[in-house]
Design a protein around this ligand. Sequence first.
Ligand SMILES: [Zn+2]
Length: 482
Amino acid sequence: MSFLEQIQDFVVGNITFPLTNYTMNRRGVLRHYHELRKSERYPQERLQEMQLRRLRELVTYAGKHCPFYTARFKEAGLLPGDLKTLEDIQKIPPLTRKEVMDHGHELLDTRYLPSIPFADQSTRGPGQPASFARFRKHKLVKNTSSGSTGAPVTFYEDGTITGRNWALELRLKDWFGHKPGVREARLVRLSTDYLPNSSTLRARKRLWHQLILPGVNLTDPDFALSVEKIKEFRPKVLWGFTSALTGLADYIRRSNQDMAGWRPELAISWAAPLYEHEKSLLSSVFHCAQTNIYGSREVGHIAFFCPAGSLHINQEDLFVESQRDGRESTPEHPGEIIVTTLDRSPMPFIRYRMGDIGDVAPGNCACGRSLLVIKNFLGRTGEVFFTRDGRMLSPNFWMRTFMIGLQSQTIERWQVVYRKDRSIHLRIVPRPTFTPETEADIRRHLEKNLSNITPVDFEYVPQIERHPSGKEMLIINESNQQ
Ligand SMILES: [Zn+2]
């Protein structure tokens, strides 16, 4: 990297990025990043003290200003002074996605209610503030969750969550040796037709070093255009939906693209786990370090994979629990992830049920950071299946079965349906290489891993429909529907 480029990166990372974000009411991004770089190595006791202090402040605030929480704390008989330890938070019942959908406005600080019509009328994309929001009366921004696993949730923030996400992302990049201002291509939740106008894009490229590319409903012409822009901008970091990054890698490989000597140094995927077959696709095309972000639009970035492969929780800003049947989970019996946002956002999420399965555990990570980790992350509760003899089957089992090794050569597409009677129905689009012997192989593999009391039947089909959102539905779980 030339000296001039180093100066450009420094100016973007330390001046124009934090400053323009400040005008958008995303305050303290750089300061928080520097704090995070220190606190990630604090002893666990000190981190938990910080969490408890912030939790008390949050409960005091939400109990005073958010009608939903006022009622909820009263019902639970909880006063802020009752929070003596972090475990005491369990007195508050978990918050469901449906409650947020039904009571959205009651979760909001009442002082922000007059701002709702302004946020609702905004013509900008979800999560995008009005320009110079910092200096406006109405700072509220409307956002929606992705809704890939159900109806989208609408929520509001004032820039606090986005600012915190930026600081956390700077920390993540720092883990992989990249400083604020590093050039980055971001494949975002916009299709080509809806990309914001070019002056916004130019500003973002110049002032933030971010090249914005489409990340949904992607076709080959979209990828071709993105490849041209990437070759010109030469980002060091690739950031985007797991599906968009693997789609891009697959396009570059299929079309045998000449990337003019460019390759990224880090690929950051998010919004879905990164499975083994996806990891190997990314490494075979990009030959770079990889990480994955676990989080959601509502609560922000919850945890990141470090270079040593642990999924570290961003403990400074989020309190994360894993609960199974009202008790703390164990490595053998992971539970549902429950998240509390510790920052002062006008719409706090207190004990929000994420719908994902995992176990919160001490880090003891080779990277030396003391942040807790999520172990045995098994994916969404709806995608986890319990066999008749009580074994837990995660999506990862099927990914390993069908996407790696021999069977990836014999099967074009697949779908697993868990039936109500706890039997398994496999839909398969076979390739010409699929023979009766292939089915026998798969049956043997399943009998070894599932008990033989789980009936499995095979159906061969010419194609498998996708979800209207374009997402492949690999697992359909009818077993836990009423
Ligand atoms: Zn680590």
